[in-house]
Ligand binder design. Structure first.
Ligand code: GLU
Length: 284
């Protein structure tokens, strides 16, 4: 790591409000799609500890459909939209029960926030959601956020929780977003197809060339976001004034390493744009 990179990484130690997004593939066992309880426990303990350090913490967790699909005995079946939505309804409640139980072991309060695209598009709903987040964080609560998959259909879906977590970062004025995925970060090309693909440790400006590099490289078949959705998330987060790190969620401890200023994943540095409007990212 060169000195400039070092300085940028060091700054992550001082973040005050952190949004962490974890995808379904990082929360489930690849062989069975069942929830990985060991990882869930570690995640909850770590987030509580970050909260105990005095930082505000928001968790954006996928997994509702994956958990519900298992509970409904539909693993391996291609789901129709109503089936997906029914699975989300079933799975979200189960997932939240697990989070509640695990957080309560550390006397940490948690709450659920389910958002749709319309929450962000409508000025009043967005204002109310912002106030709710603010109040929860003031109370020391760790909100667990997901898309309201049960009522979101084709035109109202966020698309994926990558974008959702970036919008939550912008809405709450968080200063860091950590996106945990099944990939190590950004490469110059798809590392599965091109052995010369190079890892990119820091991005200070997101341009069109970068979107070319970020062709969908995710191997995940349980979540929805590939690298291009992560780059859109990076644009939203950095333009709103936050740093963002994409890292591999294979080991939950990567979160504390990132917050300790260590060189993990790809860091996208904040690039505040005073004309930034989150609604610009909700229209397509
Ligand atoms: N909201 C979906 C779920 O919880 C996942 C969306 C995503 O993986 O981006 O199952």
């Amino acid at each position: 790591m060169n000195t400039d990179e070092n300085i940028l990484r060091e700054k992550l130690k001082d973040k005050k409000r952190v949004v962490i997004k974890i995808g379904s593939s990082s929360l489930t066992h690849a062989e069975t799609n069942n929830i990985d309880l060991y990882k869930l426990e570690k995640l909850v303990r770590l987030l509580t500890d970050i909260r105990n350090q005095g930082k505000d913490v928001i968790l954006v967790s996928s997994g509702a459909i994956a958990v519900g699909r298992n509970a409904a005995g539909l693993v391996g079946k291609t789901l129709t939209l109503p089936e997906k939505q029914a699975c989300a309804s079933l799975g979200q409640a189960q997932l939240m029960t697990m989070y509640q139980k695990l957080f309560s072991e550390y006397s940490q309060k948690t709450s659920q926030i389910l958002l749709t695209k319309y929450t962000m598009l409508d000025d009043l709903s967005r204002y109310n959601a912002k106030n709710t987040f603010e109040e929860l964080l003031k109370m020391g609560i760790i909100p667990v956020v997901n898309e309201n998959d049960t009522i979101s259909t084709y035109e109202i879906v966020f698309g994926d929780n990558d974008r959702l977590s970036a919008l939550v970062t912008a809405l709450t004025g968080a200063d860091l977003l950590i996106l945990l995925s099944d990939i190590d970060g950004l490469y110059t090309d798809d590392p599965n197809l091109n052995k010369d693909a190079k890892f990119v440790p820091v991005v200070t400006k997101i341009d069109d060339e970068m979107f070319q590099m970020g062709k969908d490289t995710s191997s995940s078949n349980v979540g929805t976001g590939g690298m291009s959705s992560k780059l859109i998330a990076a644009k939203i987060a950095t333009e709103s004034g936050a740093d963002m790190v994409i890292a591999n969620g294979g080991h939950i401890s990567v979160i504390e390493k990132i917050l300790a200023g260590q060189n993990y994943g790809t860091l996208f540095t904040a690039n505040y744009n005073e004309e930034f409007q989150m609604t610009d990212y909700l229209t397509e």
